[in-house]
Design a binder for this molecule. Structure first.
Ligand SMILES: Nc1ncnc2c1ncn2[C@@H]1O[C@H](COP(=O)(O)OP(=O)(O)O)[C@@H](O)[C@H]1O
Ligand SMILES: [Mg+2]
Length: 250
């Protein structure tokens, strides 16, 4: 991947809540067209990192650049309109709206300029299809299980037509087969649309089979960066996930 320009460049990103440092001088970059896995145990600062990039939180310090332009501290809608879409760890659809209406709102929100109903609907339907939601776009959200809700979350992010997709815990609540599907879907979104992806998970599992690179956080700091293969062989990563060698079950 060397030589590819960084689409997203995060440098010494820091977020403090009072005296507590949730994200501690985190640096990483993602080249255009890559899938980066951002891993780490619960509470390691993954979602806070996302929220700082996506404008939900103001970084305490550090820099976030999209194609070389500083976006750190911009509002969520500004960041969205620059081309960053994100999903939430806890799906938050508008429960009273249909699948299509949910995606439509996202399409209007992401456009940043007045787009007509027809254009919005094209974007919304395309996003629902890409996320492989059931055929009836007028279906209610209430019929969706965990996997369906995750797909809708993805569809809403895609309807904003992002260049960069931040996917937060896409595997939460899914069974093994659904996890495999979710991983394949993210890969297809990248392969077919060229959308760059930062994929957050606290478990490694199927993520390792589709990511180009992995960054591992622990207590808000980067403890590893490299290939999926190297992550699986790294002693510090093992320690974070499994505990010190002497404490691991034989
Ligand atoms: N708004 C907040 N105020 C105070 N502490 C927070 C806030 N958001 C997150 N934290 C803390 O920051 C740490 C990192 O949280 P988070 O980024 O959600 O972790 P992860 O997504 O890796 O599980 C946790 O200890 C969490 O309790
Ligand atoms: Mg999280």
């Amino acid at each position: 991947m060397s030589g590819a320009p960084a689409l997203l460049q995060v440098e010494r990103l820091t977020k403090r809540f009072g005296g507590f440092t949730a994200v501690d001088a985190v640096s990483f970059s993602v080249a255009e067209g890559q899938i980066l896995g951002l891993l780490g145990p619960n509470g390691s600062g993954k979602s806070t990192t996302f929220n700082c990039i996506a404008g939900m939180l103001k970084p305490t310090s550090g820099s976030v650049r999209l194609q070389g332009e500083e976006i750190g501290g911009l509002s969520a809608d500004q960041v969205c309109r620059r081309g960053i879409g994100r999903t939430f760890q806890i799906p938050r659809p508008f429960r009273d709206l249909s699948l299509l209406e949910n995606a439509l709102l996202a399409a209007y929100y992401g456009a940043g300029e007045a787009i007509g109903r027809e254009e919005a609907e094209t974007r919304a339907r395309d996003a629902l299809r890409l996320a492989q939601l059931p055929d009836d776009p007028h279906a209610a959200t209430t019929g969706l299980g965990a996997a369906g809700l995750k797909k809708l979350e993805l569809a809403r992010a895609l309807a904003t037509q992002p260049r960069l997709l931040l996917a937060d815990e896409s595997l939460g609540g899914l069974d093994a087969a659904e996890m495999r599907q979710a991983a394949d879907m993210l890969k297809r979104i990248r392969d077919e649309r060229g959308i760059t992806i930062v994929w957050v998970e606290h478990i490694m599992g199927v993520l390792l089979s589709v990511v180009d690179r992995v960054v591992v956080l622990d207590h808000g700091a980067v403890i590893f960066e490299g290939t999926a293969q190297a992550a699986q062989e790294d002693e510090r990563v093992a320690e974070v996930y499994l505990g010190p060698p002497e404490a691991r079950a034989a």
